[in-house]
Design a protein around this ligand. Structure first.
Ligand code: XMP
Length: 321
């Protein structure tokens, strides 16, 4: 399936010309999420308008291990794009303090994201144009004129932005996901970005059950990084559509240094799916599962048990909250 009439190279050329024309000399703002859609948009817009582009990256504190630094290094250092990174971890965690209800967690994150985005955009003064990474499946999913909505940061909260932009530019709105990835590769995005697995807008909040705290999120980040490393070491990262760790908040008894311990459980999930609407569990080699479990319990302080979630969707969802 494709809406393209020519090659990806032609698409890149034409889309840069269109962005240049649509921007018409005005400043351009692009929100980066760390995902491939916004990354491709940012690089296209940078090619088109150079220093007129400013990218905004809100680090919610709910990203995976080192993700914020990777985004900053790639766009600021490698591509030399004007990048504003907002370290909003404390602000998000303060709003989420004591909140355990999953939908309320999502709503608070969505609202806070919009607030931070608005504040930062206003600081820039005249913002002119917003570039956003709507892709073709987003348009289909949100109905006939759903693409007029601002997709500032995935679909967190689905709240409208309270800012009037003179123009909203959607350079990749005709592309399917695989074409976006291909475009990213042609634009020189490293494979870790071009082939990035889907990551929910509310981030680790939907994988860290119950109240969110920094120590819990750090523990989950460390376990998740080890699991991802093991999958990548086995060369399976392209075959498995999504893989991650979950902190269910279950403590159980174990033995460490000949003493009883009472520590956290980490769940691992690896997904095989074509469309994310239904999904099965990816059949991981047993050695990989064991190696990940051993490393997680050895290296992540406070974890004494690792389990594997093999439930298909339905009845389970991919994310745990
Ligand atoms: P579920 O958990 O509903 O997830 O089976 C299906 C796919 O959607 C992703 N997901 C989200 N993505 N914002 C997003 O942008 C969200 O709130 C959200 N919740 C789930 C999930 O990672 C999976 O790929």
């Amino acid at each position: 399936m494709s809406n393209l009439k020519g090659s990806i190279e032609q698409f890149i050329e034409e889309s840069c010309e269109n962005i240049f024309k649509e921007a018409a000399g005005r400043p351009v703002l692009c929100a980066l999420s760390g995902g491939v859609d916004s990354a491709v948009c940012a690089v296209l817009a940078h090619r088109a308008v150079g220093d007129k582009l400013t990218c905004l990256f809100v680090d919610t504190g709910l990203m995976r291990k080192n993700e914020g630094d990777q985004v900053t290094a790639l766009f600021r250092d490698t591509y030399a794009i004007n990048l504003i990174r907002v370290d909003a971890e404390e602000r998000f965690l303060a709003k989420l303090k004591g909140v355990t209800e999953p939908e309320l967690k999502r709503k608070i994150i969505g609202e806070e994201f919009i607030r931070v985005f608005e504040e930062e955009a206003k600081k820039l003064g005249s913002v002119g144009c917003l570039v956003q990474g709507t892709i073709y499946p987003d348009i289909i999913e949100s109905g006939a004129d759903g693409h007029k909505q601002v997709k500032a940061h995935h679909n967190v909260g689905g709240m409208p932005l309270n800012i009037e932009f003179e123009a909203v530019i959607e350079p990749i709105k005709l592309l399917y996901k695989e074409e976006v990835r291909e475009c990213g590769r042609k634009l020189g995005l490293p494979e870790a970005f071009a082939n990035r697995q889907p990551f929910p807008g509310p981030g680790l909040a939907v994988r860290c059950l119950g109240e969110l705290t920094k120590p819990k999120l750090d523990l989950l980040r460390d376990a998740d990084a080890i699991f991802r490393e093991e999958i990548e070491k086995a060369g399976l990262q392209k075959e498995i559509q999504q893989y991650f760790a979950i902190l269910p908040g279950i403590q159980s008894v174990g033995v460490r240094n000949d003493e009883r311990c009472y520590e956290e459980t980490i769940a691992l999930r690896a997904i095989a799916t074509k469309d994310f609407v239904t999904a099965g569990s990816a059949r991981l080699p047993y050695e990989l599962i064991e190696a990940a479990a051993k490393r997680i319990t050895d290296e992540v302080k406070g974890v004494n048990r690792v389990v594997l979630d093999v439930t298909p969707k339905p009845p389970a969802t991919i994310e745990w909250e």
